[in-house]
Design a protein around this ligand. Structure first.
Ligand code: FES
Ligand code: FES
Length: 151
């Protein structure tokens, strides 16, 4: 089936199997590998994107459900060569180790800060509770979100 989706501001089309996920569409058809495929079961958040402004696990959304809708991926957060404040803060605070979880955390944190500009620790933990990291122990990620809020 043909899927036509607005991805990071550009309308993109791809011919996909009807059971394909949005994550598969992004990574394998549209050349956007920033969203990671770690569990493909909605458990880890590494595939997080915004669908019409709502944070979703793209592994749990059919590509067909994104037909005619707007998707923003981690690749669409930067402003040209200028990183999004959350991306800068993750790099500056050492919140990135292996980096596999990072795109999902960055998208989820950017979503949080767009709604809650100065979140508390509890609000950050709640907002990022769907994202798993095996490396950092989460404290640097918390620091990164606070630093991004300050920016
Ligand atoms: S790959 Fe989608 S939640 Fe883990
Ligand atoms: S930095 Fe490795 S899983 Fe989070």
């Amino acid at each position: 089936m043909l899927v036509r989706t607005n991805v990071n501001g550009d309308w993109r089309e791809a011919e996909v199997w009807p059971g394909s996920s949005l994550l598969y569409l992004l990574r394998e058809h549209l050349g956007l590998p920033g969203s990671k495929n770690a569990c493909e079961q909605g458990e880890c958040g590494s595939c997080s994107v915004l669908l019409d402004g709502d944070l979703v696990c793209s592994c749990l959304v059919l590509a067909a459900q994104a037909d005619g809708h707007a998707v923003r991926t981690v690749e669409g957060l930067a402003d040209g060569d200028r990183l999004h404040p959350v991306q800068e803060a993750f790099a500056d605070t050492g919140a990135v180790q292996c980096g596999f979880c990072t795109p999902g955390f960055v998208v989820a944190a950017a979503d949080l800060l767009s709604r809650v500009p100065d979140p508390s620790d509890d609000e950050i933990r709640e907002a990022l509770s769907g994202n798993l990291c095996r490396c950092t122990g989460y404290s640097k990620i918390l620091d990164a979100v606070h630093q991004a809020a300050g920016r």
